[in-house]
Design a protein around this ligand. Structure first.
Ligand code: SME
Length: 161
C-alpha cells in the first residue's frame, strides 16, 4: 500500500487539516487494527506539519501507556491527572498549553518541547480510551484551529475502532 500526501507543507493550516481528513479516512478504511491506524495517523500528521512529536497514550487501568508515535523517545507511563496528558484524560477536555514552562506539572519528555495540545479520545460510553498528544518546538503553536482540525482528522479513527 502506498500513501502520497496531496497537500504541500506550506499554506493555511485549516486547509491542510481539511485536506488530510478524507485522506486519513481512506487510509484507515477497511483496517480494523487500532494500533496500525493510530500509527499511520501519526505518520501522516508528522510528515504534514513537521511538529516535534505526535503520538498516542492509551488508557491501561489507572495509567496512560505510550502508544504509536513519531518523534523523540518519550516517557512510557503517565498517571491520571498528571502532566498535560493526564489532565486531559481526567477532565475529558482538550488542553492547549501555549508555554509548557508555565504549565504546572508539565512532564518534559524533550527539552525542545515549547507548546503542546492534548485531545482525549472518548468511546461510546463517554470513557477516555486514549489521548492524542502533539508537541511543538515553537511557543504558542496551537489554537482552536488545531483543536478542530485534529478532531476532524481523528474522526475516522473513532469510526474504525
Ligand atoms: N508533555 C506531556 C508528556 C508526554 S510527552 O510530551 C511526549 C505531558 O505533560 O503530559
Amino acid at each position: 500500500m502506498s500513501f502520497e500526501l496531496k497537500t504541500p507543507i506550506t499554506g493555511d493550516k485549516l486547509q491542510i487539516y481539511r485536506s488530510l481528513a478524507p485522506q486519513i479516512a481512506a487510509l484507515v478504511e477497511g483496517e480494523s487494527n487500532t494500533i496500525a491506524n493510530l500509527a499511520n495517523f501519526c505518520a501522516v500528521l508528522k510528515s504534514s506539519f513537521g511538529w516535534l512529536w505526535i503520538g498516542f497514550y492509551l488508557v491501561e487501568g489507572e495509567e496512560l501507556v505510550l502508544g504509536p508515535f513519531q518523534g523523540p523517545v518519550a516517557c512510557t507511563r503517565i498517571k491520571k491527572g498528571k502532566g498535560v496528558c493526564g489532565s486531559s484524560w481526567e477532565s475529558k477536555q482538550i488542553v492547549i498549553v501555549p508555554d509548557v514552562d508555565a504549565f504546572r506539572g508539565h512532564i518534559a519528555c524533550s527539552t525542545q518541547s515549547r507548546s503542546e495540545i492534548v485531545i482525549p479520545l472518548l468511546d461510546d460510553t463517554n470513557n477516555v480510551w486514549a489521548v492524542l498528544d502533539v508537541d511543538s518546538a515553537l511557543l504558542n503553536d496551537f489554537d482552536a484551529t488545531d483543536s478542530a482540525g485534529l478532531s476532524e482528522c481523528l474522526r475516522p479513527l473513532m469510526a474504525n475502532r
